[in-house]
Ligand binder design. Structure first.
Ligand code: NAD
Ligand code: MG
Length: 389
């Protein structure tokens, strides 16, 4: 790392989650001070994270009264509450902000961090799905920069270092295929929450795990790649690769393919987002290329219609991806609560996409207004589905 990068501190949003916890591991490994942490609730997990990061400012966005009292008594003035406090934390000067919040709630902090001139290590892909045009405008307007944490996009980014945009033929995102790879639509009719939560290669929060089972996560990643790398949808492909060793591939116009490989471990892309353009040792075991054959197959777009819904929403542009995300958030929650079957997720998301009118997005508030409307529409469709079912 160069001298300037060493002066930076780290702010970890969504610190109680899967990405947030791993970001603290990386900070400890690199010896970078964490000066701000945030989570939604004021749970004991947030207190535990505060213990790991002495001196950090702590934000709990929506604690219960009891949680707030406990946090205040233990952390004193170091803790603040509410959404405004979260935005302020994201705008901490000279900080690298790892955004590991789940859902469209991550959009405001992403834009606040960019407006403050910070680097955002973006795990919260929903920032780009719910507000892609807004985030891109904020990243190009000021000194802030957005770097991917999502493993596929970190891979693409690493393959693109030193290359020019016009030499890229295709971005090829790899997908594990999720726990239901090889199943038919009929097989999926009776799958349980437990089966859908059993991801074969990655250990992640519940929403992205269900999104990986429907392939909606890959649909989001196509849209994420479109905004991150300013590349048309026709030049973004998806291939299923069950081992999750090849994290993604770039095909160049001269016929060369570059790929990034490694064990599925999110600490690697989190660390690169922090140390870029340098690398730092991680002391992992040397990778054993002989341990498993690498397999690639076409995605089953009939059994997993969410993938094409993503391309469709992406191509419509404007608010369509925001609707896709909001409806999916509602459907995934409804599925996890046992209110709708797994196979209803794409159906209900599609009806929300049809029902909510397309508008262009230029501010966070506009994006969040679409998000709210799409949630209401999706919740209504869940009701209808429950009554019909
Ligand atoms: P998680 O459910 O484990 O954690 C989510 C975190 O977000 C928690 O700390 C929670 O308190 C916080 N949060 C939720 N709502 C909030 C709100 N309204 N305001 C502030 N904070 C809020 O989720 P995760 O698996 O760590 O995923 C986080 C993000 O990273 C998601 O966008 C996901 O798609 C992305 N991602 C995760 C992985 C992974 O391996 N887990 C990989 C790639 C991308
Ligand atoms: Mg990913």
């Amino acid at each position: 790392m160069d001298g300037t990068a060493q002066l930076k501190t780290l702010t970890v949003l969504g610190v109680t989650g899967s990405i947030g916890g791993q970001a603290l591991d990386v900070a400890a490994r690199l010896g970078i001070p964490v000066t701000g942490i945030a989570a939604n609730r004021g749970s004991d997990a947030l207190l535990a994270a505060a213990e790991r990061t002495p001196g950090a400012r702590v934000v709990a966005v929506a604690p219960t009264g009891e949680e707030a009292t406990k946090l205040r008594s233990i952390l004193g003035d170091a803790v603040s509450f509410g959404h405004e406090a979260l935005l302020e934390l994201a705008a901490t000067p000279d900080s690298i902000v790892i955004n590991g919040i789940v859902g469209a709630a991550g959009l405001g902090p992403t834009v606040a961090a960019l407006n403050a001139g910070n680097r955002v290590g973006l795990a919260n892909k929903e920032s780009l799905i719910a507000g892609g045009p807004v985030v891109v405008a904020a990243a190009t307007a000021g000194k802030g920069e957005i770097v991917p944490v999502d493993s596929e996009h970190s891979a693409l980014w690493q393959c693109l270092v030193g290359e020019t945009a016009d030499s890229v033929r295709r971005l090829i995102l790899t997908a594990s295929g999720g726990p239901f790879r090889g199943k038919t639509s009929q097989d999926l009719e009776h799958v349980t929450v437990e089966q859908a939560l059993a991801h074969p290669t990655w250990s992640m929060g519940p929403r992205i795990t269900i999104d990986s089972a429907t392939l909606m996560n890959k649909a989001f990643e196509v849209i994420e790649a479109h905004y991150l790398f300013a590349i048309p949808y026709d030049q973004i492909d998806v291939v299923v690769h069950p081992q999750s060793i090849v994290h993604s591939i770039v095909e160049f116009t001269d016929g060369t393919l570059k790929a990034e490989l490694g064990d599925p471990d999110m600490r690697v892309p989190i660390q690169y987002a922090i140390t870029y353009p340098e690398r730092a040792p991680a002391n992992l075991e040397p990778f054993d290329l002989t341990k498993a054959p690498l397999v690639f197959e076409a995605a089953d777009r009939t059994t997993f219609p969410c993938l094409d819904l993503g391309y469709e929403a992406g191509r419509r542009g404007g608010s369509a991806p925001a609707v896709l995300n909001a409806a999916d958030e509602i459907e995934v929650a409804a599925f996890l609560e046992g209110k709708i079957p797994f196979v209803a997720i794409p159906r209900v998301v599609e009806s929300a996409l049809e029902a909510v009118p397309l508008v262009q997005l230029s501010t966070v508030d506009e994006a969040l207004a679409v998000d709210a409307e799409a949630r209401r529409t999706a919740a209504h469709h869940v009701e209808l589905n429950m009554r019909a079912g």
